[in-house]
Design a protein around this ligand. Sequence first.
Ligand code: DOR
Ligand code: ZN
Length: 337
Amino acid sequence: MSKEIVLNSPLDMHLHLRDGEMLKLVGPLTSKTFAGALVMPNLVPPVTTKEALLSYKNRIKEACKDDDFEPLMTLFFQEYSREFLEDIKDEIIGIKLYPAGITTNSENGVAAIDAESLRPTLEAMSDFDIPLCIHGETNGFVMDREKEFMPVYEGLAKAFPKLKIIMEHITTKDAVELVEKYDNLFATITLHHLIITLDDVAGGMLQPHLFCKPIAKRYEDRDALLKVALEANPKVMFGSDSAPHPKHKKESCGCAAGVFTSPIALQVLVELFEKHDKLDNLNAFLSLNAQKIYNFKPLTKDITLVKKEFIVPNIYEGFGENVVPMYNNQKLFWSIK
Ligand code: DOR
Ligand code: ZN
């Protein structure tokens, strides 16, 4: 019999589900194999009201209705009143802060991230135990953007010691070092940043489907990420940042940022952890760490993977939309049973 592995309630703690027809196409590609996912709010317009949040949640549930799956909702950060936050706190798992203009649909983000001017909102979040998720990049030189953002994380961690701050999709050795330094800092790590470097994106012919923000970095950065992921360091958890864009927006002049990994994430993570003889740590990286960091219990959902070849589809199509996954047309060693 082929080798099998069971994953208990896998969670994707950073996911772009989009809306409309694209949501109908990509939603089930996560809900089939994950127990829950933290859903990013960077729609157009961004999710900033209770009404918009609840109706988006309903559209996600409708798109994923064939599966047991819990969308963990987030609001798009702006200055919110204490009353508003108190009223919405039970509907959200966190609030996502984007520096203005730094990535896809972040035009309404924060122009200057200054602890003092944001104090009323951040203090209320801290009091209500609402985590702050941050896209941590400056608008400096592309390879240095995350590194340059470290003092901002550090300033916020010190100014609000009880506020849980999630450094989203970390890509550098510097970020790995910083997350260990403060009790209230945590981080998500994507699948692609555990595997690729800038060489894979632009070292040969340009690979638009591997282009994302933050851009993949150096070998030493990837190795630092891999080390904390493989040991399931309790400060880090899996967040795919799977970010679907239609094929024509990726294979074009002015390529949209985002790698689409939802349908292959579990198979490739099992392969990666197996290769490093760390399969025993995978459930912690994929679920237990997130449960502790966010202090919640996910749906019970066991997913079995079997050591059997899986050829990744060239493209996923439906509802008039399409999206090309990472590793399209390539052979993986594990399949969902
Ligand atoms: O590559 C990315 N794509 N990075 C982000 O921060 C946003 C995301 C998207 O929404 O497409
Ligand atoms: Zn993202």
